[in-house]
Design a protein around this ligand. Sequence first.
Ligand SMILES: Cc1ncc(COP(=O)(O)O)c(C=O)c1O
Length: 383
Amino acid sequence: MKLKEQFLFNKEICFFNHGSYGACPKEIFSAYQEKQRFLEFQPIEFFQKHLLPGLEKSRKRIGRFIGADKDDVIMVKNATYAANMIIRSLNLKAGDEILITNLEYGACLNAWDFWRQEKGFEIKQVDLEIPLPETDEIVKLFAEKITSNTKAIFFSHITSATAQLLPMEQICQLAKEKNVLSIVDGAHAIGQLKLSLEDMYCDFYFGNLHKWLYAPKGCAVLYARRSKQHLIKPLITGWGWGETRELLTGNDFLDFNQFHGTDDLSSYLVVDDCIDFYEKYEVEKRKIKCNKLVKYFIEEVEKITGLPSLYGKFDDQLMLGEAQLPDWIDVQKFKLDLYDKYQIEIPVIKWEDKNLIRISVQIYNTKEEVDYLINALKELLIK
Ligand SMILES: Cc1ncc(COP(=O)(O)O)c(C=O)c1O
């Protein structure tokens, strides 16, 4: 059986956009639906007996996967939610500064901007050129912008619109040396990158499981270093907080943040199924081929367009990559042409003054599909 058949997405589409919302395999989706059915079958049992042990099981498994203790991680809906939890919690005020890069994701930028307007702190930006400079140079650019007022650094581990891998450990190490909090947006990292968060210096890290770890939508994780967990305030205050505290685990970080009233949290309970799938289909091994196909695609597009690469060295772990398209195309029309004429789903984006195409290659994509895409680009670009 072709690997593609294990997934639910429409097979009539040539799907190269795993990066936006992921894709859920049939067996994980069935496990998810089983949890949902059990919830409706015995709601009291589900909420009062199964939910907390289920969450603990999931925290344990994802913790092991990303190199963190089960009590330092909580399941959350998505990266945007986690970003808001952290940003809103921090005790920032007028005169304080936070540092971000020019490569951040729009929803997270909005969260920063909203709280900037509420609290009056300042957002400073580190401008990174593409192709990215060497690691030492990137760290230097951050270091230059840190002042005695800087309270936190926020950046994406893998950037969204530009598919760049930032040197997370080194930036977080700098933050630690300067006594500044580090907050990492790892929305794209879990499932692509090997992580060992406990050893990677970050204070806060969040990532989606519904992107590269095959979870159903609405499944993400937030890691907080134990010494910094007291800084996180509940975004929603519920039974886990206050004098009448219920649903106790005895740990403030967990009690305050992991249950916000009646909701379908079934997606949080299939972490075992996601990691079992990852192991059963030897995704670690298959990723090598995916990475090669991304590199191959980028090189072929560069041959077609004659435009320079967006990378110095393309990292061996990435399954997400980007190439430039000519400035004469209309990105929206180009994307629609790929979809309508070739049934190819792939993002074509305007970023700063560049037109970009972002490919995701997952274990279900084949070399034939990549060649089909390259051929479509030739037909659309070579007049
Ligand atoms: C870097 C980055 N951060 C945050 C997000 C937001 O993820 P979500 O929509 O799951 O909250 C994305 C989504 O693509 C992303 O690429």
